[in-house]
Design a protein. Structure first.
Length: 354
């Protein structure tokens, strides 16, 4: 009897301590916070009268957090029931009944108990069972992102109708997740299996370090090909006697022809000069035939000299063009004779397309 009396005394002391903590928390709420909670509560009441329970619930939740009260809890439970959150409504009615009982509000206690009892047959129940192999260090279980204690394994708990997501995770393990549909009066069981070990990341291979002796020859440097594209193939050298352009050959041929003309008129000048000397052996000659032969010799000699200079210049130009023009290139070259009172020559001008 003394032991039982001691237990009751301890329970009463704990209850009085809890009530004192509640009163202390209420005393710490400022006047402005109470005014805000009252304003939010009135807004929730206005929304309920309009039938807008979805928007009224957040108002009562805020008011309850700032200033907990039995009346606010009853209206919040009503909101939950009207929005088909039966499990939340059932839990709020039971909490309101407990607070009404401790605060001496018997009528509100009976109302809250009756409403909770009326909801209980409609509840959807979820049981989370954790297997023995799943109990690893750091295991965390969440129901709709809310942490659930593993000690509740196998204990049915009410859930609001709708989609329910159950997750399980642990360090070094692959996570487990499942989604189910909770309906009124349904009883659903979710089993948490043993979580598989997460695969370890493959180590990055480290190239071995090769030690070289000091007397060893240095390793040859191997050039690495550029990855932007294939290296261009070297262009083949032109075969001997071949050239992509005919210009050097044409210019050289003109030069050879000019040299031939020069030789022809050179021989002719020599012949005419010999004829003039035979007709007029003396330096002064008045013979018309001798004078004509002398003039012809002079003209032929002049043409021979000009042709020789032009031919030699053309041949030299052809040789220069042959080596200056690589294969696969074009050229535009022209030749102009240069003759004046003091000199004769051949001008070569043009454009190389490199």
């Amino acid at each position: 009897m003394l032991r039982r009396t001691g237990h009751w005394a301890c329970a009463c002391a704990c209850l009085l301590g809890a009530l004192s903590a509640v009163h202390l928390a209420r005393a710490q709420v400022s006047a402005q916070e109470k005014a805000a909670a009252e304003a939010v509560f009135e807004e929730g009441m206005r929304l309920i009268k309009q039938g807008n329970f979805a928007d009224a619930c957040p108002k009562f939740e805020l008011s309850q957090r700032v200033e907990p009260a039995v009346g606010t809890m009853l209206y919040l439970a009503e909101c939950y029931e009207k929005t088909n959150r039966t499990a939340s409504s059932w839990a709020m009615f039971r909490e309101a009944a407990s607070l009404a009982e401790t605060s001496g509000q018997s009528e509100r206690m009976k109302t809250a108990q009756a409403r909770a009892a009326r909801l209980e047959p409609r509840l959807a129940w979820l049981t989370i069972e954790v297997t023995k192999d799943a109990l690893v260090p750091g295991l965390q279980i969440r129901k709709n992102s809310v942490l659930v204690s593993t000690e509740l394994s196998g204990t049915p708990t009410p859930v609001d109708p709708g989609d329910v997501v159950v997750d399980a995770s642990a360090p070094g393990r692959l996570p487990f997740s499942t989604k189910l549909k909770a309906t009124a009066k349904a009883r659903v069981v979710v089993t948490i299996p043993a979580l598989l070990a997460a695969p370890e990341a493959a180590p990055v291979p480290v190239p071995p370090v090769v030690a070289h002796e000091e007397s060893a020859q240095p390793a040859a440097i191997v050039p690495v090909a550029h990855t932007a594209g294939p290296a261009p193939a070297p262009s083949p050298a032109p075969a001997p006697g071949e050239h992509a352009s005919l210009v050097p050959w044409v210019v050289g041929g003109v030069g050879v022809a000019a040299l031939g003309v020069s030789s022809y008129f050179g021989f002719k000048a020599i012949k005419n000069a010999n004829d003039a000397r035979e007709i007029c052996p003396k330096s002064i000659c008045n013979n018309e035939q001798g004078m004509s032969a002398a003039n012809d010799a002079h003209s032929a000699a002049k043409i021979s000299n000009i042709s020789f200079v032009l031919g030699a210049a053309a041949v030299a130009t052809g040789v220069v063009l042959y080596f200056a023009l690589p294969d696969k290139h074009g050229a535009q070259v022209g030749m102009l004779p240069l003759v004046d009172q003091s000199s004769i020559g051949l001008a070569v001008r043009g454009r190389l397309e490199l």
